[in-house]
Design a protein. Structure first.
Length: 371
């Protein structure tokens, strides 16, 4: 079998295997490219507030979120990105289900609450990241990225017409039939989107398969996993307030903005404070401080700039994957790339169906002629 014909067959069958997942990743990726802005647009009464002169205590914010879902574990509090943002409190159920409560930073009143499905953008974000299936979903997303990466690398070879037919290959002809039109659109759109989609597929694959790929990266650059520390055993005699714990962490990073406060582990005895890192090219990089929730003493720190090189590499993948490394232009490119990926998946299926229909017609015509 000639090499190009083999590539065409492999390209087609890999597309058929992962096509639906590519469409799903494209649609959800497009929806979350401007995640923060879309959330505010869909839920303005809950997420857009009057900028507070003085914010309510963080303990009151946490208590309001917890009261909205008393049977769930307080998982994290995302602090405002813009001055008129509400707090977003995430609460997790033992089953893994997620719920959110938007809390007014001035009054600590819940402005909106609901399970994940009640927050469309967050639902699409979780669907994009792990198919709502935890680690298993992440591995499937990685498989999808691997399939997309294969199709992107083989696509230009499948398309290559030779120098003599270059002009024809760059033309979309919709007047012949459905197969020809979708084939031309599929090939041209895929060719134009290759650079963007290569970055998206590669970074998505690396993030989803990080546990499997870390040993390989570690051969080149050290990868060190920093786990959350454990607090002293036993119950708290007199628990410190959440604000005291955050104040202790903030003393280690004066002047830095807090991005989120998280509550790792099951006992709620450790508070993790994430600060937006300074002097780093990664706009999503964070410095971490873990604090004992009982004594408000700092247990451990991790700085974005002091992490091992391999760990910094993995930490920067989401920043690149979302296009934030190129600012608004990068996010627009990611949006267009995601829509193109969905379109390629859809046009690929249409092309396959049209091709099969044409083959059946030709076969029937030959059989009729033979009779």
């Amino acid at each position: 079998m000639p090499a190009k014909l083999l590539l065409i067959k492999l390209h087609r069958w890999v597309g058929l295997v992962v096509g639906l997942l590519v469409i799903l990743q494209g649609v959800t990726g497009a929806a979350v490219a401007f995640r923060h802005e879309l959330n505010r647009l869909i839920h303005p009464q809950a997420l857009v507030v009057a900028p507070p002169a003085h914010a309510a205590p963080l303990a009151a914010i946490a208590a309001a979120g917890k009261a909205a879902f008393p049977d769930r574990k307080l998982a994290r509090i995302d602090l405002p990105v813009a001055p008129d943002d509400a707090y977003m409190v995430r609460l997790d159920a033992p089953s893994g289900d997620i719920a959110y409560a938007a809390v007014d930073p001035r009054t600590a009143q819940v402005l909106r609450q609901g399970p994940l499905a009640a927050w469309p953008v967050e639902f699409l974000y979780q669907l994009h990241m792990n198919l709502l299936s935890g680690e298993t979903g992440e591995r499937i997303v990685g498989f999808t990225g691997f399939g997309l990466l294969f199709m992107l690398l083989t696509g230009p070879f499948v398309w290559w017409p030779g120098l003599g037919r270059m002009r024809q290959a760059l033309t979309v002809n919709l007047s012949v039939d459905l197969h020809r039109g979708t084939r031309d659109l599929h090939r041209l759109a895929g060719l134009l989107a290759v650079p963007i989609l290569l970055v998206s597929a590669a970074t998505g694959l690396l993030m989803a398969w990080q546990p499997w790929l870390s040993p390989a990266v570690n051969l080149v650059a050290p990868v060190v996993e920093t786990k959350a520390p454990k607090a002293a055993p036993g119950p708290c005699a007199q628990p410190a307030s959440l604000d005291d714990a955050v104040t202790s962490a903030a003393a280690r990073h004066p002047g830095q903005t807090i991005k989120s406060v998280r509550f790792p582990g099951k006992g709620g005895k450790v508070v993790a404070v994430y600060f937006r890192a300074l002097n780093t090219s990664n706009g999503r990089a964070t410095d971490h401080v873990w604090v004992d929730a009982c004594s408000a003493k700092v247990l451990r720190e991790k700085g974005a700039l002091t992490e091992a090189a391999g760990s910094q590499f993995f930490n920067g993948l989401l920043w690149v994957h979302t296009g934030q490394w190129l600012g608004v232009v990068g996010r627009v490119l990611v949006l267009l790339g995601a829509l193109t990926a969905a379109g390629l998946g859809i046009s690929g299926f249409i092309q396959w169906l049209a091709r099969n229909a044409r083959l059946r017609r030709n076969r029937a015509a030959r059989q009729a002629k033979a009779l």
